[in-house]
Design a protein around this ligand. Structure first.
Ligand SMILES: Nc1nc2c(c(=O)[nH]1)N[C@H]1C(S)=C(S)[C@@H](COP(=O)(O)O)O[C@H]1N2
Ligand SMILES: [Mo]
Length: 432
């Protein structure tokens, strides 16, 4: 981890909480070097000398324009993590996680969006793919990509999180030492564009008894989920575009259902059928795979919305600190219930907390970045973040979360993530 090149006036270096958390006013200071306020541990830019040399690439003609850009060659190691441990348990499943510890900002590049395929990624021919709306409707309708292009479209930024995200923290007796891609990577954030579902439903004419919609994908397992029609009508979107371009094959090309804030599984990819019914269908994918068992042995019938959550991305497990001194702690926060209200950070293992800055725009049901200035004393400590959303819901500790469920449950894990920093500067996953 590299330290930011900031310099500051003395008073802002007074801690606002234990462990070296500093005033958020520091985030406003520009990179003024040389006021002498900070002596040790500040990463200052190298001063330009008279011996400036001209690099080779600045002396020759560059590469020609190209049709589709890719990241710089030196960034080729920024990849999704293929989540292998899961494949032993359910071999038909195929998962990859977004490397949040190697990204900044909030939008997930399309090529790094996480994947959860229950039966692999189908190779859909867009010219043959159709979406049917049927069941308790006045008119059954069929759409192909061409018909759909003529409908009004909306553009909205929303996160998608698998209900099984962070499963290793939920079930492993000892904390797994891996990066944010393995630990929390079944989470991404996208600018989606598509047709409000209410428009298509109104065209079909939903009958009064039509209170549920069973959405089905055209992949091998025909993944199917029941959705209350109220959600479909409120803010459901038939998503066709991802960050401005057509949805990637991994994300459901050529169309997927987007249900802002609802667990990933309900956002059916390669969507081919919407069957309007008067009751949930209790498909294998909802009742068999996405039901949480509580501590008393009973189970929760449905958990639609994703809970309030956050984790620090910089620094995070697998990173190494580059010496003591000033750092900007940075992380991600989100909630399926709406906007994030507050994120607090602790740099002393939860003994004291201070409010982090939420980076604008703070959008409902979208990833929000938070940041906090911090001076690491070079001694062992534990960093944590704790989010609260508009409904007042707050992230639980791991032990509070575990107490609620049967030990086998790994769904909807949203506990506080502590990162332990050793005296040598290694950042490790830890349970507190
Ligand atoms: N048709 C279909 N839809 C699907 C799935 C699938 O396997 N098939 N996986 C679901 C699960 S479990 C999740 S978490 C999200 C993952 O979306 P992504 O792969 O675009 O990240 O899609 C959901 N929709
Ligand atoms: Mo999922």
């Amino acid at each position: 981890m590299t330290k930011p090149a900031i310099d500051v006036a003395g008073q802002d270096l007074d801690p606002v909480a234990g462990g070296g958390l500093l005033s958020r006013r520091l985030l406003l200071k520009s990179a003024v070097v040389g006021t002498g306020a900070v002596a040790a541990g500040l990463a200052t830019p190298r001063r330009a000398g008279a011996e400036a040399s001209i690099p080779d690439w600045a002396t020759v003609a560059g590469q020609r324009a190209r049709g589709y850009g890719v990241p710089a060659e030196a960034e080729a190691s920024v990849q999704r993590a293929i989540i292998e441990p899961w494949q032993d348990v359910a071999p038909a499943f195929s998962l990859s996680g977004t490397p949040h510890h190697r990204l900044r900002g909030t939008i997930t590049p399309s090529g790094l969006h996480f994947e959860v395929h229950h039966g692999g990624r189908p190779e859909v021919d867009p010219n043959q793919h159709e979406l049917m709306i049927h069941g308790l409707v006045d008119r059954s309708l069929k759409f192909d990509l061409d018909n759909l292009e003529r409908y009004p479209m909306v553009t909205k930024t929303h996160f998608l999180e698998c209900a099984g995200n962070s499963l290793f923290n939920a079930v492993m007796p000892e904390p797994m030492q891996a990066g944010c891609d393995m630990l929390h990577g079944l989470l991404s954030n996208t600018e989606w564009t598509g047709i409000p579902m209410s428009i298509l439903m109104d065209e079909a004419g939903v009958q009064p008894e039509g209170t549920w919609v069973v959405a089905v994908g055209s992949d091998g397992p025909s993944l199917a989920r029941s959705i209350p029609i109220s959600k479909i009508m409120e803010d459901g979107v038939l998503a066709l575009y991802q960050n401005g371009e057509r949805i990637r094959p991994e994300q459901g090309y050529p169309m997927r259902l987007l249900l802002p804030g609802f667990e990933g599984n309900m956002n059916v990819k390669w969507l081919t059928s919407l069957w309007v019914t008067d009751a949930p269908a209790h498909t294998k994918h909802e009742s068999g795979e996405y039901t949480e068992i509580l501590a008393d042995g009973s189970s929760v019938e449905f958990t639609f919305a994703i809970g309030v959550k956050s984790f620090i991305t910089h620094p995070s497990a697998t990173m190494t600190m580059s010496g003591d001194g000033l750092y900007e702690i940075s992380g991600l926060t989100w909630s399926g219930a709406g906007e994030i209200e507050i994120v607090e950070v602790s740099a002393d293992g939860g003994q004291s907390w201070a409010e982090a800055e939420l980076v604008e725009p703070v959008l409902p049901r979208a990833l929000t970045r938070f940041r906090m200035p911090w001076r690491w004393a070079g001694a062992p400590t534990v960093l944590m973040s704790r989010a609260e959303d508009v409904t007042g819901a707050v992230q639980p500790t791991r032990s509070d979360w575990k107490a609620k469920y049967d030990p086998s449950n790994f769904l909807h894990y949203n506990a506080i993530q502590p990162w332990q920093i050793t005296a040598e500067g290694a950042v490790q996953n830890v349970y507190l």
